[in-house]
Design a protein around this ligand. Structure first.
Ligand code: G4P
Length: 539
């Protein structure tokens, strides 16, 4: 190997090791945005965290940037942010917490190497957390748990740990423990070092780091700060955990079998730096990824392989109203990316020069000159990329990372332009948004000329669609919700399928037959009636 090649290979190893690519998942309102903001604050990316009271009016968190997100205070699309925290390159994939965005969220999770799950200490494991967690379990992604809002009236931490175990079916191991709760929440004991950190809110409140005093719990004595009862109860609880709690093992965590649990308050910053430090220490850097070379043959591709490879996990149009374009988001799985690099698009078997890739810190687009495994590239997409596409610098054998599941839609509608003159704009917008994967466009099986049906995993997708059709394509539309409640892809001979009368046979955008049902009962009935066919929930 020449010196240059050797130096480059060494650089690839170092850069891969110092990357952490992850997503924060939570039920809406548990504190994901606040935690993201604090990570930006602690890394020096922002000087003061926007006081939350102002956030929903004028000061949006950096990751909430679409007009509608700000109006509603929910995060609709996934953005990617990159920054350096304590010499580690952080890539955060922002997954929307709203229940209607599950498909997009599932795909985004395929690009994450680990996940921080935020739970509200008063509410415990909520439905959306459970759904998102299931998606993590499918891929055995290591999950950190933050029990947030300890500064408010909350449930007993031991109960919360038990709930995580029962509801999510994973072992929970507390790596730290709260000192006091609610209004008396004062600090955190780091169980691994035995140190107790007591915090005082700074004058700037949660927008700056709190003052902290640290001493060994074993040496602590009651003081003006900490009364005897609180000290005794922390010691008792920790003794109980020592005897009856789950031990933490890095291997079990990396295999997705145990979740380390942290307590804190993202709003006041208590305990948050301890979580970030543990995250840097324990979260995995990018590792080998499976790729298919044929339908039933798989290889693994190591991140430090000299071949550059990446796949598209998300497509998004018009993030920035000043640039009416469409971005494909790629996650790098191996090798080093360089600006102006020529790569091979595997599906199209075509060489392409990647000239304008961006890393994304919300809408503040920076152009990248180089990028490494775990990094997310936003590439201007002139209709070349579809979700699941693989690209690489490898000249030879074919392989693909893109086995991204597509989930059965449960909501169906027709949209019509209010002004027929806007039909063209609407059609363009609909097909663009379908490429992004947010909605699916279906056609009647036997009537190709009929107006298309739209299908989505969640109903809010339709509202987003209407909002974006008007905002970005100038087409005001009306929506007719259709009476179907679930669907399935049909496998087997279409002619001999015995379709219940109120069900409808359609084709999806890949010409696959699909059946829409008015109820779950009807779907099970169709299954019984058609033992030689398969009705599958995801394709
Ligand atoms: P999300 O992204 O998960 O949806 O949650 P987000 O961070 O926006 O937080 C939701 C609300 O919870 C915010 O209040 C936020 O200030 C508050 N919050 C987050 N972390 C903590 C915490 O550790 N302690 C306390 N006490 N509150 C916390 P908000 O913007 O005022 O919204 P709202 O209360 O009016 O809904």
């Amino acid at each position: 190997m020449s010196v240059d090649v050797q130096a480059l290979a060494a650089r690839l190893v170092t850069e891969t090791k110092r990357r952490r690519t992850f997503a924060i998942i939570s039920h809406p309102d548990a504190g994901k945005t606040t935690l993201t903001e604090k990570l930006l604050l602690y890394s020096g990316m922002i000087r003061t965290a926007g006081m939350v009271a102002g956030r929903k009016s004028d000061k949006a968190a950096a990751s909430d940037w679409m007009g509608m997100e700000q109006e509603r205070g929910i995060s609709i699309t996934s953005s990617a942010m990159q920054f350096v925290f304590k010499d580690v390159v952080i890539n955060i994939l922002d997954t929307p917490g709203h229940q209607d965005f599950s498909e997009d969220t599932y795909r985004t999770l395929t690009a994450a190497d680990s996940v921080i799950m935020v739970i509200d200490a008063a509410k415990g494991v909520e439905p959306q957390t459970r759904k998102l967690f299931d998606a993590c379990r499918l891929r055995k992604i290591p999950v950190f748990t933050l029990v947030n809002k300890m500064d408010q009236p909350c449930r007993d931490p031991i109960d919360l740990m038990a709930e995580v175990e029962d509801v999510l079916g994973i072992q929970a191991s507390a790596l730290d423990w709260p000192v006091g709760r609610g209004r008396e929440f004062q600090g955190i004991v780091d169980r691994r070092s035995g140190e107790m950190h007591l915090y005082t809110r700074s004058a700037a409140g949660g927008s700056a780091k709190p003052e902290v005093t640290t001493e060994l719990l074993a040496d602590a004595t009651p003081s003006d700060r900490l009364d005897e009862a609180t000290l005794t109860s922390v010691r008792d609880e920790l003794e109980l955990l020592e005897a009856a709690g789950n031990p933490f093992s890095l291997d079990a965590f990396r295999a997705g079998a145990v979740t380390p649990v942290f307590f804190g308050s993202a709003l006041t910053n208590f305990g948050i730096e301890l979580l970030f430090d543990a995250f840097i220490e324990l979260a995995p850097s990018p590792s080998a990824r499976p790729a298919h070379i044929s339908e039933d043959e798989e290889i693994t591709i190591d991140p430090t392989d000299s071949m550059f490879s990446a796949y598209v996990f998300k497509i998004q149009a018009n993030m920035d109203p000043r640039h009416r374009d469409c971005l494909a988001f790629l996650r790098i799985n191996s090798g080093r990316f360089e600006k102006d690099m020529t790569i091979r698009h595997h599906r199209l078997n075509k060489k392409i020069r990647l000239s304008r890739p961006h890393t994304l810190m919300a809408d503040d687009r920076g152009t990248v000159d180089e990028a490494y495994p775990g990094d997310i590239l936003g590439v201007i997409n002139p209709g070349l990329f579809a979700i699941g596409d693989t690209i690489s610098s490898g000249g030879g054998g074919d392989f693909g990372f893109g086995q991204l599941p597509q989930f059965q839609p449960e909501h169906f509608a027709r949209v019509r332009p209010d002004d027929t003159g806007k039909r063209k704009g609407m059609d363009k917008g609909v097909s663009q948004l379908a490429t992004e994967g947010a909605i699916q466009v279906l056609r009647e099986w036997n009537d190709k000329g009929a107006f298309p049906l739209l299908a989505a995993v969640g109903r809010l997708q339709f509202e987003v669609l209407q909002y974006r059709l008007e905002d970005e394509y100038g087409a005001k539309t009306s929506l007719e919700i259709l009476p179907f409640a679930c669907s399935a892809w049909l496998r087997g001979e279409v002619q001999s399928f015995r379709k219940p009368t109120s069900a409808r046979l359609v084709r999806d955008q890949f010409e696959r037959p699909m059946v829409l049902f008015t109820s779950r009962w009807e779907k099970s009935y169709a299954r019984e009636q058609n033992p030689d066919h398969e009705l599958v929930d995801y394709a």
